[in-house]
Write a protein that binds this ligand. Structure first.
Ligand code: DCP
Ligand code: CA
Ligand code: CA
Length: 822
């Protein structure tokens, strides 16, 4: 406090209504000493020696008040601004305690020196409060000193709430006590994570909407427009969806003040902010702390929590209106967004529809607004939507597309173009491209060179108002487009494990969750993807966001299962072994995502189901095409592209005979085989020689301990995927000749033994399965070969016994018996 120089620091000093003499100067010597004593009392020293502590403070306060009155009579300007208000200043403030004292007293308020005078204080002024004080003072009105300064400046008492200290801090919003957070090692973790994760909600809603769309399709065949038909597309999207819904639910006027929806802590991100907040530069996805700092002094940022039930309810009503609106197609994009398609409409008809929908939605959602873009293609509708926001609609007629329209759009407004891609395009030319009008000048070739053939095409068409073939599928093959192609779980918060076994358990739970969903859908999967987030080397062990991921390096790996399955044992084992192959120390793991891909209907004869070749379908006359498409949809008959592959006709024939599930696998294998075919024999001979030399060395690589994370080498490789490839090539290279060399086999066996000795049995299973699948595939042509029979022996006499010996550690006992007891 001593550092304050009144003349320079006091905001009142420059104003003529206060005389030159300061508060301290106005005190008598006695008063000054007491004042100083009072301050030091404040710091915890006990000066009440003559009589009781209470008496002492009481007297002191009385005397202080008298002095204040005198000060006011002498120096005040008659202002009653703070009449009835008594403030107490806690801790360091700017302006300082002395200045605040003057300001308040000079304007008719009271200044309380000691908080022990309970009931006297109406407001506590503080710039900062430690947590303990916050709890202690929770029942007071606590605000920042700016309240006093601004009120004097404006000549009226401003609402203290706008300066409330606690609303700027974490505690104001209801937050789950940290004890309620379940550890990721607890069986209930997933349930809790799902209930709170907005991204999980968003993705669930999206897939539910899509599933519902597909069901509707089957119930009541929809009219799919033909490809040459002129269509009108309406792209409809809520303005600041979460913010609007939460605001309405909590009685806030969405237009009146800046509002964000978030979890309440500084280090959480903003899911949605209203357009008032965007005026200050606040954006969706920004951290709350950053947003608060962007607000001008004294302006409050309203922070609201999530209300998932309301979001869902409003979305349902929104979709209901669209379904009732006689569109031919209502395509679900997300919880707050849909694309609706009709045949050709005039400008004024479009206008009527836009107005009607906007009004109806507003009526059933407590005044939430949607914006609508309307045009003759998906991309035009979307760009028009961008231009229409917020709270508006825009209809673009192809012939009416002018330079003004394009010049107001940014590269990032294009569908499928994110920030980094936009930067790349922008910087590709000099001077950098700033808007779509400029992008229209860019040659198709340059675009392709910059972003690749496919994206280049897409963008080239987009800035001419046209959709590329891929995007069109949404309109012309909606059922395929919206069909569920994968199932996934993505946990990006709360992941903190210590051991691989805990992770195994966690993977089991995730797998079970996905399998339940898979079975609900009556499907099987034949490809798994595991993506993990691993703490970046330079990131702190604990990131700013509580239990968040912090900066991570993503690592992902996919594996194909020979045959589609929904069996827990097979899938969980596969994922666990994949996890091990990614070599992430358990403590470094920050996020796990598991995806089931290539979902197929459970029906075992799926592969034999008829399908229509896409080429044939595309060449159908346009007048019958949509009708045929509809019929195919009704019967769940897919339209498929049969990709031409560079394979010789003998193999081609063989492949055509295969069921679809394994066709892809075989094609891939053939590709690999072809690659190694040329040099295979020499290579293998060379390898054998090399291996003999290395035999002694190799021993040192094998580990006897139970350390799960130390890599085991085979052929000087530690990467399991590479080892597998090596083994597969080895099988392929020897299956038609004499089979594996005995010495190689011994090394291989040792490798397998090490794996099973160190709890890496899933890897053994994986190798076993791959060899078995390969033999199965090759049996038709090579089962008479010596090599083939040798490999069968290896499988049955060497690998299987290892697995069976340890089968108690598997959840897949049954599977092992069935598959391998030939
Ligand atoms: N959302 C989210 N996290 C994301 C993306 C979206 O929580 N990464 C939620 C919050 C949004 C809602 O989905 O309110 C809709 O997303 P939009 O992208 O449509 O954003 P808004 O509706 O908030 O704003 P705009 O007016 O720009 O559409
Ligand atoms: Ca929106
Ligand atoms: Ca949206």
């Amino acid at each position: 406090m001593s550092g304050y120089n009144y003349e320079e620091d006091s905001p009142l000093a420059n104003k003529s209504n206060i005389p030159e003499k300061s508060f301290l100067e106005s005190l008598s010597d006695d008063g000054l000493l007491e004042y100083i004593a009072g301050l030091s009392q404040e710091q915890g020293e006990d000066h009440g020696e003559q009589y009781s502590r209470g008496d002492y403070f009481h007297d002191k306060q009385k005397r202080q008040e008298k002095q204040d009155r005198e000060f006011r009579e002498r120096y005040g300007n008659g202002s009653e601004l703070f009449s009835g208000i008594s403030i107490y200043v806690n801790g360091f403030t700017k302006p300082g305690r002395l200045q605040l004292h003057e300001m308040v007293v000079a304007n008719g308020g009271k200044f309380v020196h000691f908080l022990s005078c309970k009931g006297r204080v109406s407001h506590i002024i503080a710039s900062n409060l430690p947590l303990k004080k916050r709890v202690e003072l929770a029942s007071y009105k606590i605000c920042r000193p700016e309240w006093i300064v601004d009120s004097i400046e404006e000549g009226k008492l401003l609402p203290w709430q706008d300066y409330a200290l606690l609303s700027d801090q974490d505690e104001i919003q209801p937050k789950l006590p940290q004890t309620a957070i379940v550890s990721c090692k607890h069986p209930d973790f997933l349930k809790q994570f799902f209930s709170k994760s907005r991204l999980h909600h968003l993705s669930n809603w999206k897939s539910d909407l899509r599933a519902e769309f597909c069901e509707r399709f089957l119930e009541k065949p929809l009219r799919i427009p033909g490809k040459s038909e002129v269509v009108t597309v309406f792209h409809i999207d809520f303005d600041c969806f979460f913010a609007s819904v939460s605001a309405a639910a909590n009685g806030f006027d969405i237009h009146a003040e800046p509002i964000v929806v978030c979890h309440g802590t500084k280090n959480s991100d903003i899911a949605s902010c209203n357009y008032e907040a965007r005026r200050y530069g606040i954006r969706n996805g920004m951290w709350v702390g950053t947003a608060v700092r962007m607000m001008p002094r004294g302006k409050k940022l309203v922070r609201l929590g999530y209300d998932f039930e309301q979001f869902e309810l409003m979305s349902k009503r929104f979709y209901q209106i669209l379904h009732d609106s006689q569109f031919e197609l209502v395509l679900p994009i997300s919880i707050d967004e849909a694309v609706c398609v009709t045949g050709y409409l005039t400008h004024s008809e479009c206008e009527l529809i836009c107005r009607g929908i906007r009004e109806n939605v507003s009526n059933v959602t407590n005044g939430c607004t949607v914006s609508i873009g309307c045009g003759g293609s998906l991309v035009l509708a979307r760009l028009a939507l961008k231009r229409s926001k917020p709270d508006g609609y825009q209809i673009v007629d192809c012939d009416g597309l002018d330079d003004v329209f394009w010049s107001h759009l940014k590269i990032e407004d294009l569908p499928g173009v994110g920030h980094s891609l936009a930067c790349k395009i922008s910087e590709y030319s000099y001077p950098p491209i700033g808007n779509l009008l400029e992008l229209r000048q860019m040659a198709q070739d340059s675009l392709r060179r910059c972003v690749g053939e496919k994206m280049g095409n897409k963008i080239y068409l987009a800035v001419r108002g046209k959709d590329d073939e891929e995007s069109c599928k949404m309109i012309y093959e909606p059922r395929q487009f919206f069909q569920r192609k994968s199932l996934s779980i993505d946990i990006n918060w709360g992941i903190r494990f210590d051991t691989i076994y805990e992770i195994d358990e966690f993977i089991d739970r995730c797998t079970q969750y996905l399998i339940d969903k898979l079975r609900e859908l009556d499907k099987k999967t034949s490809q798994l993807t595991l993506k993990i987030m691993k703490r970046s080397k330079d990131e702190a062990i604990e990131p700013p966001k509580y239990l968040g991921m912090g900066k991570c390096d993503p690592v992902a790996r996919s594996t194909r299962l020979g045959v589609p399955t929904d069996e827990f044992g097979v899938i969980a084992t596969e994922i666990k072994s994949t996890f091990r192959s990614l070599c992430c120390p358990p403590r470094e793991l920050r996020g796990i995502a598991i995806q089931f891909n290539k979902l197929e209907k459970t029906a075992s004869n799926q592969a034999k189901l008829p399908f229509v070749d896409a080429k044939i379908y595309q060449n159908l006359p346009s007048d019958v095409k949509s009708e045929i498409g509809r019929e195919l949809n009704k019967r769940s008959i897919n339209i498929r592209r049969t990709a031409p592959k560079r394979i010789n006709s003998y193999q081609e024939q063989f492949i055509q005979e295969l069921p679809t599930q394994i066709r892809g696998e075989v094609e891939n294998e053939i590709h690999i085989t072809n690659k190694v075919n040329k040099t295979k024999f020499d290579e293998i001979k060379e390898q054998v020689a090399k291996r003999q030399n290395e035999k002694v060395n190799a021993k040192s690589h094998f580990l006897g301990e139970n350390t799960i994370l130390l890599p085991i080498k085979f052929q000087n490789q530690t990467n399991f995927k590479k080892i597998i490839q090596l083994v597969m090539n080895w099988v392929d290279g020897t299956i038609r000749s004499q089979g594996p060399h005995e010495k190689d086999l011994r090394l291989f066996e040792k490798y397998l033994q090490r794996l099973s000795d160190t709890n890496r049995l899933p890897l053994v299973l994986r190798i076993c399965k791959l060899i078995s699948v390969k033999l199965e595939l090759r049996s038709e042509f090579f089962s008479h070969c010596n090599g083939f029979q040798e490999w069968e022996k290896v499988l049955l006499q060497m690998i299987l016994p290892k697995l069976n010996k340890n089968k108690h550690t598997f959840q897949t006992v049954r599977k092992l018996d069935i598959d391998f007891d030939t």
